[in-house]
Write a protein that binds this ligand. Sequence first.
Ligand code: ADP
Ligand code: MG
Length: 425
Amino acid sequence: MSLANVGRRLSVLAGGQMGELASALGRGSGQTWSSCKASDSASAARTEMLRLMRRAAERFTAAQTEEELYRALLELVREATGAGAGAVHRRDGETLVPSAHYGGGWLRESHEVGDASLPGLATQRHCPIRVVRGGMAQRGWLTSAEDDDSSALSMPVDLDRDRQLIISLLGGGTGLPGTPRGEFTPGDIELVEALAVQMGPHLRRLETERLASVGQLAGSMVHDFKNSVLIIRGAAELCGRVAPETQRFVDLITTESDRMVEMMQELLDFARGNRTLKVQSVSLRRFLAEVAEAHRAVLERAQIELLLDIQAESAAFDPLQVDRALSNLIANARDAMPEGGTLTLRAASDAQFVYLSVQDTGVGMSPEVRKRLFEPFFTEGKVKGTGLGTAIVQRVAEGHGGQVEVLTAEGQGTTMTVCLPLRAN
Ligand code: ADP
Ligand code: MG
């Protein structure tokens, strides 16, 4: 949710009343900083706000782990709002996983979207919820005797397309000594959201750093593993020739070895990251015939009929990279057809793009899988998935200035298309 939306989507649950907020939003966070004299309170509040933001930048930059980031966020939020207890939950599917907290017993537990807890409700409604004292028990929501006298605030923050945090606070208000704790203000909501949004890029930074180190390690190991597996595979084939009665087991070794090599190749491709493109003019007929040939044996064993449909002559791209992309799509298509089926490898073009697609008659994707398809390490319904295939496909397509299109229907099949500009840039 963007900052601009906060005011519109805010729901205040105070004895069943909604409202009073639009005007308050304009005032910023004056109440939070009300220790200053009225005359210069506005400028003092601004200075205070800038200090807070600067401190936030420093704290977030210094954080080395996700946990440290969440903790820093909560400490800053505590400072800004005076909340007596707080928690950050990370949304993982329908579960809200506690990631940092201070105080507040039930608040630090894990919750579900739409359950009777405040974080659960705020996530379901996808808007901040403020509750006045006693409001939670009155509504039959999860609370505890000590907290029920608190005001509360729970708000979901979308950091990016598939990352959502839920920040929940208890006992907010002025935070001034001797003053009774008041309710959370719209200004508090804005401030919390601003802090959380500022944290987002740092979360991504940590993820990138982690992936880079995993990638380096994987890259160096995978080479050696792959060679060993190929030697085992070769030896098994020889056994089959020497003792034909063992063929059944040899086939098993062969299939599983191929799988392992495929997984390692995916890991290696992913770890290598973006490489410089070696674009050349490619005859699509010959190129796709070669790609098909490389997979024919495996597909035959899986009872999959392979069809070629070539309606374009040539294009300019990096054949090695596009081969990796198509191989990943073919492997996914094969996995989607455990009972066999038809796989069509197709080339078409228009004035701007060449379209290379892999169509299967397999299980198709659920909306959830479709949504997360390109996420690195996302794999669903496979024992041996790396979750890297589609991420590699996307990188290859985008590296060429193109994109990947997905057409899928559950129970009917999937067509994945790599669209490449005719003139790769
Ligand atoms: P992996 O194949 O290692 O699981 P991918 O990134 O290649 O990882 O694919 C991610 C997930 O997307 C797969 O686990 C699968 O659930 C789904 N998927 C990909 N391609 C297809 C397809 N052609 N049909 C059905 N589901 C697919
Ligand atoms: Mg795959």
